[in-house]
Design a protein around this ligand. Sequence first.
Ligand SMILES: CCCCCCC/C=C/C(=O)SCCNC(=O)CCNC(=O)[C@H](O)C(C)(C)COP(=O)(O)OP(=O)(O)OC[C@H]1O[C@@H](n2cnc3c(N)ncnc32)[C@H](O)[C@@H]1OP(=O)(O)O
Ligand SMILES: NC(=O)C1=CN([C@@H]2O[C@H](COP(=O)(O)OP(=O)(O)OC[C@H]3O[C@@H](n4cnc5c(N)ncnc54)[C@H](OP(=O)(O)O)[C@@H]3O)[C@@H](O)[C@H]2O)C=CC1
Length: 271
Amino acid sequence: MTAVTAPADFAGQVAIVTGGGSGIGRAVALRWAVGGGDVVVVGRRTGSLEETAGLAERYGVRAEAAACDVRDADAVGALVDRVAADHGRLDALVNNAAGNFVSAAEDLSPGGWRAVVDIVLNGTFYCTHAAGRHMLAAGRGAVLNVIASYAWHGHPGTVHSAAAKGGVLAMTRTLAAEWAGRGVRVNCLSPGPTETEGAGAALWPTDEARQRVLASVPAGRFTTPEEVAESAAFLLDGRRAGYVTGDVLTVDGGQWLGRAVYTDGTRGGGA
Ligand SMILES: CCCCCCC/C=C/C(=O)SCCNC(=O)CCNC(=O)[C@H](O)C(C)(C)COP(=O)(O)OP(=O)(O)OC[C@H]1O[C@@H](n2cnc3c(N)ncnc32)[C@H](O)[C@@H]1OP(=O)(O)O
Ligand SMILES: NC(=O)C1=CN([C@@H]2O[C@H](COP(=O)(O)OP(=O)(O)OC[C@H]3O[C@@H](n4cnc5c(N)ncnc54)[C@H](OP(=O)(O)O)[C@@H]3O)[C@@H](O)[C@H]2O)C=CC1
């Protein structure tokens, strides 16, 4: 893992990171801990959550692994209330948990649609609803929703995920406006192809698929969870991004803009 040094952006604050046991969620949780904040990582697999919590504790913060399926609204509500009571505050929520796989829309079963929409869209609402109440009561807080650019441009083969992420984007803008006057910011982070086990297995399981994804990125490379986490830290930090709400920070090496057609992408003009 890349070593990160940073000012103490989050000292004395508390964050909940869903899907914090792996990939981008783990990197965001660790970046929060590097900044001095206590963190609770949420997911279904206890082992990977405990591993993240153990790594976070090395930065001298309090870290907890909390097993919870974000599709269970009651369990989410109880967990969030308990964390806020234990710590006496809740400053940030990162809705990062997701499920995904590639399927032609006509082959997707209702159960497959439901699994992804329940995790991504409903899970994000349950967590935000529960955490938002504490943040609104305190008059401060930041919610960060991890989406993908197909939330606004769509993408064949991922209708469940694109529809769910599109819903999360609409939720973000709605709640940003609803809560802006009460001290709670709500933003989105939209990573491009990021080297994680979950995404690799779900979206580029073969070398050929991986090369095709890579070919779609003008920057010519995948990104890392740590690079994505730096942008998350910016949006979560009220001192640096306190006036940013309802927006999307895209961290995708230009992927959604598309590859150059008239040039080779490395020069300004010519073919
Ligand atoms: C082109 C590049 C684009 C880059 C941008 C990418 C943007 C987004 C990236 C990501 O989101 S990466 C994150 C990936 N990580 C994960 O997916 C990890 C978590 N995943 C899971 O837990 C599972 O994959 C899950 C299926 C989403 C949920 O697991 P759960 O245990 O709840 O479900 P199951 O009981 O296994 O299945 C439910 C339902 O779904 C159907 N299904 C499952 N897998 C597939 C598949 N590969 N293809 C088709 N259908 C699938 C399964 O059959 C069940 O349906 P029914 O049988 O009940 O109808
Ligand atoms: N990697 C990429 O290229 C991109 C990723 N993204 C987004 O970034 C985020 C992180 O993805 P990434 O790190 O790659 O993927 P991972 O598969 O590593 O992370 C997904 C996490 O979500 C958790 N999770 C899944 N379902 C549930 C559930 N029902 N309840 C609680 N937790 C759950 C998983 O933990 P567990 O299985 O233990 O529950 C896992 O830790 C996602 O929102 C994804 O859509 C967006 C664009 C590109």
